[in-house]
Design a protein around this ligand. Structure first.
Ligand SMILES: *[C@@H]1O[C@H](CO)[C@@H](O)[C@H](O)[C@H]1NC(C)=O
Ligand SMILES: *[C@@H]1O[C@H](CO)[C@@H](O)[C@H](O)[C@H]1NC(C)=O
Ligand SMILES: *[C@@H]1O[C@H](CO)[C@@H](O)[C@H](O)[C@H]1NC(C)=O
Ligand SMILES: *[C@@H]1O[C@H](CO)[C@@H](O)[C@H](O)[C@H]1NC(C)=O
Length: 457
């Protein structure tokens, strides 16, 4: 599915002939269905001989450690570590690694590198990015990134996530019909860059710790149609994009050429080397950047429990403070266009009955958008409103598509109420990845429902 590619400047670490290792050590972790410890390399406690390897020596700098590691690997081993689900090198105490975790607005289980089946059953879900960005508040963006990386570290510590997160989405929301616009900070390049810088700082920053380390690794996406000439550090291909380049877009005649093209901008496979499209030096450059990233994350420093963030545990997920920050982000991002006659905030003494109407009035899943995790708690708009005023509720439509509406029930409810709140709009059934919109109207009979309810209110 996915090949990973990483580049770092133009510096190619020298390719040294394949090393012959006469003594092979195997590290096998006891298989543990309820995996509750993270995967990591250089477990010198289990295998003291690993301490002799340069790449496990935390006294050396990252570049020297990477050079040491790369020169010990065969071409097949290097390539095995370049794909999304990297194959470990057990003879060197390096476990498998799944590069693909996501953390768009909270740690997500999309991608397979993370899950909520273990000791962390849920996490903090922040508003979808398009809403948070509307706060224009850079310190909020960074504060959210910091909380997300803390929860990500917890999940890594219990063996439920990787350390590399393919977020944020920095594409410019050029066409409002795009189904993924919700993931982005919007159409403004300035806001997008400010959002991305702050969120990445929040994810990666070590808060005064070693600046050469990373708390977790962010990955800005997607670079299609963008100028990447000046990029440093690591770049990955999207999950199936190398295949798409060959099979769907016919950009290249063979899959190997597609690999070569993406590797020189980045990806790999044995076939491409054998066919002469790329050489082992190119592979070394790419793999070196992969390993450098994992080293900066501490993956090659032995037991994470003895490293920074090693003391974080499930008690650090969905804390009162984290929950409050999610709520604060919603407050700061929600945009009120008009407040005629000071209708808001609702006065519980003036409003005895509130009619809450609409297909999104009492939804849960809809509010978490895409690339989401498992929120520790949902509060629907209806549940929020009844905390202030007593309310009655009608969906008004069968669902968000609203091909069938129940306008009569909605209007009679509205006519008898002191105030009406309509919660309309879309959800992932209307706009999502692989499904753009064809227009920007409210779906189905939603507009008619709004008009009729307004008439009687
Ligand atoms: C930005 O967000 C932070 C964190 O919630 C908050 O403390 C600060 O007051 C906000 N700034 C503005 C200008 O609203
Ligand atoms: C959850 O993630 C851990 C660590 O990546 C893994 O060992 C485990 O098999 C995963 N469980 C499921 C059900 O995917
Ligand atoms: C490997 O290929 C790159 C271009 O992809 C070239 O610059 C480099 O000189 C080649 N190295 C060797 C050792 O052939
Ligand atoms: C609103 O949604 C919540 C959560 O799904 C559900 O428990 C509750 O029964 C719903 N309320 C109404 C009035 O339908």
């Amino acid at each position: 599915m996915s090949y990973l590619r990483q580049i770092r400047g133009n510096r190619a670490l020298s390719s040294v002939p394949k090393l012959l290792l006469s003594i092979l050590f195997f590290i096998s972790k006891p298989s543990n269905a309820q995996s509750s410890s993270p995967d990591f390399a250089c477990d010198v406690t289990r295998n003291p001989s690993l301490a002799g390897y340069g790449f496990c020596n935390t006294g050396l700098n990252v570049e020297a450690r990477v050079t040491d590691l790369v020169r010990r690997l065969t071409l097949e081993e290097k390539i095995g570590f370049l794909v999304r689900k990297a194959t470990g090198v057990s003879r060197l105490g390096i476990p498998d690694y799944n590069w693909w975790s996501e953390a768009l607005h909270g740690v997500s289980d999309v991608g397979g590198g993370s899950n909520f089946t273990g000791p962390v059953p849920s996490d903090t879900s922040f508003p979808q990015v398009i809403l948070t960005a509307a706060s224009f508040n850079v310190s909020l963006f960074q504060a959210i990134g910091k909380v997300v990386s803390t929860e990500a570290r917890v999940m890594y510590n219990v063996g439920a996530a990787g350390l590399t997160f393919w977020s944020p989405n920095v594409n410019i929301f050029r066409d409002p019909k795009w189904g993924r616009g919700q993931e982005t900070p919007g159409e403004d390049p300035t806001l997008t860059s400010k959002y991305a810088v702050a969120y990445v700082k929040g994810l990666q920053g070590t808060d005064g710790g070693d600046p050469n380390h990373l708390k977790v690794a962010a990955c800005c996406k997607h670079y299609t149609a963008y100028d990447v000439d000046n990029l440093e550090r690591y770049i990955v291909s999207d999950c199936d994009s190398v295949e798409v380049m060959y099979a769907s877009q016919h950009y290249t005649k063979t899959p190997e050429e597609a690999v070569a093209k993406s590797m020189l901008a980045g990806q790999h496979a044995l076939g491409a080397v054998k066919a002469g499209f790329v050489n082992e030096t190119d592979v070394d450059t790419a793999i070196s950047n992969n390993f450098a990233t994992l080293m900066r994350l501490g993956f090659f420093n032995g037991d994470p429990k003895r490293q920074p963030y090693g003391n974080l545990g499930p008690q650090n997920v969905f804390t009162v403070e984290n929950k409050e920050l999610a709520r604060e982000a919603a407050r700061q991002g929600i945009v009120l266009l008009k407040n005629s006659y000071g209708s808001l905030p609702f006065s519980p003494s003036a409003i005895k009955t509130l009619a809450v109407i609409g297909p999104n009035a009492n939804v849960t899943d809809t509010m978490i958008g895409n690339y989401h995790g498992v929120p520790g708690k949902y509060t629907t708009p209806l549940q929020g409103l009844v905390e202030t005023v007593s309310a009655t509720y009608q969906m008004g439509c069968l669902n968000v598509a609203c091909t069938k509406s129940d306008i009569d029930s909605a209007t009679s409810l509205a006519a008898s109420a002191d105030a009406v709140v309509l919660v309309m709009g879309t959800d992932l059934s209307i706009e999502r990845e692989d499904q753009d919109r064809v227009d920007l109207f409210l779906p189905g009979k939603q507009q008619q429902l709004v008009t009729e309810v307004a008439k009687v209110s």
